[in-house]
Design a protein around this ligand. Structure first.
Ligand SMILES: Cc1cc2nc3c(=O)[nH]c(=O)nc-3n(C[C@H](O)[C@H](O)[C@H](O)COP(=O)(O)O)c2cc1C
Ligand SMILES: CCCCCCC(=O)C(=O)O
Length: 404
């Protein structure tokens, strides 16, 4: 199991990573808040959705995965994104650089966390200098984005934004579902802290103390977020961000249609449906179950809906796309790949997922990700039926909302 090419699914990679990681690091990555209902539910909700595949569609040999995002500004090779995840060197010395390089090599977008163990500028230059060979005659294209936690001292946030913009990041993702930090019992029990020589590199030389690198009485994460993160944010943060940057703004952590409408009113560029991997408020709705309402609140606005949480299979990606997501994030499996095999491990995780996505599109009968729609799915509690059209050609499908 040492050789990434021997892995055949994402669950297997987690088992390899588990053996290699220290308990506090593994627990920090794997765990959710409190009883971990939201964590489990995010995955389970995908499994309750069924496909109604179309046959004999005259598909191309390889289905097209290109997507347009951020109001059509960018055409990307893949709908996949690595969401922001803190402290990637806890997994492997390749850390954020290994993960962003592997993502770029697969045409997968990458979002860097504020709480990284590698400096913004170093990640940007590693990403820019990664040369992607054309794949089947086509050049792969993806984005690099920066995720922001808003600090009580706005000068800290402003300086992070300016550094990210200067370094060439193409969008700013603001996370709105933390703080305060969720109640993560494993981290409290382990008195989680960042082991030396790892540091939160974006704060070196800044006045912000990090707390995370000292073993305290409880979780260093909770200490840091309580000391520095602004827990009083409201929608006025969007105009403030606009006053600091011209980058597209993505709001991450939305689960409700009325919040999506507020995002629309504030003209954000994308709404990222997420429950933070079940690490914040426990017992939240699964992101995939929240997606349809958010998509309908954004309809006609040109604002993208993106999604993450519980994505572990190509079929999960297809389901999210069919329900209207433009980008789909895969979180922990990337960390498991990193822990188990560094950059090569992340590369293997992304290649398995891309392969599963390609196969699932073909089996579902969709020539491209843009051809997907809810029509390919049977949602929980609904019974599919097919009836012949009155003209006798083809057939029309409907969904009866009766309970199974
Ligand atoms: C170890 C870890 C660290 C994370 N750090 C951040 C972060 O710094 N910023 C953020 O917005 N989300 C963070 N998240 C949440 C992810 O961006 C994403 O929403 C979540 O992992 C998706 O769920 P999944 O792991 O089931 O794919 C983190 C998640 C994990 C597992
Ligand atoms: C300072 C600690 C806040 C946690 C930052 C990382 C994160 O979002 C997570 O889920 O963990």
């Amino acid at each position: 199991m040492e050789d990434p090419s021997s892995w055949i699914n994402l669950a297997e990679v987690q088992a390899v990573a588990h053996k290699k990681m220290t308990k506090p690091a593994y627990d920090y990555y794997a765990s959710g808040a409190e009883d971990e209902i939201a964590l489990r539910e995010a995955q389970m909700a995908f499994k309750r959705i069924r496909f109604l595949p179309k046959m004999l569609q005259g598909l191309p040999e390889k289905c097209d995965t290109k997507v347009k995002v951020l109001g059509g500004r960018y055409t990307l090779s893949s709908p996949l994104i690595v969401p922001p995840m803190a402290m990637q060197k806890l997994a492997h010395p390749d850390g954020e650089i290994g993960a962003c390089r592997a993502a770029k090599m697969h045409g997968v977008s990458y979002c860097l966390s504020t709480m990284a163990t590698t400096k913004i500028e170093d990640v940007a230059s590693a990403h820019s200098s990664t040369v992607v060979p054309p794949s089947e005659g086509e050049s792969l294209s993806s984005l690099k984005m920066f995720q922001l936690y808003v600090y009580k001292d706005r000068r800290v946030s402003e300086s992070l934004i300016r550094r990210a913009e200067a370094a060439g990041f193409q969008a700013l993702v603001i996370t709105v579902d933390l703080p305060p930090l969720g109640h993560r019992e494993a981290d409290i029990r382990n008195r989680f802290h960042l082991p030396a020589p790892l540091r939160l590199e974006n704060f070196i030389g800044e006045s912000t103390t990090t707390e995370i690198d000292k073993k305290g009485a409880s979780s260093g994460l909770a200490d840091h977020s309580q000391a520095h993160f602004d827990s009083t944010l409201d929608w006025s943060i969007v105009p403030w961000l606009r006053s600091v940057t011209t980058l597209p703004i993505v709001v991450k952590g939305i689960l409700r249609a009325d919040d999506a409408l507020m995002a629309r009113q504030h003209r954000v560029d994308a709404v990222w449906v997420s429950n933070h991997g079940g690490r914040q408020l426990d017992c939240t709705i699964a992101p995939i179950d929240a997606l349809p309402e958010v998509v309908s609140a954004l309809e006609g606005s040109g604002i993208d809906a993106w999604l993450d949480g519980g994505v572990r299979r190509g079929t999960d990606v297809v389901k999210a796309l069919a329900l209207g997501a433009k980008l789909v994030g895969v979180g922990r499996p990337v960390l498991w790949g990193l822990a188990a095999g560094g950059e090569k491990g992340v590369s293997r995780v992304l290649s398995m997922l891309k392969e599963e996505l390609g196969t699932s599109l073909q089996l579902a009968g969709a020539p491209s990700v843009r051809d997907l729609s809810p029509d390919f799915l049977v949602m929980p509690g609904m019974t599919p039926f097919c009836r012949p059209s009155s003209q006798g050609g083809g057939g029309r499908r409907g969904i009866v909302g009766s309970r199974l």
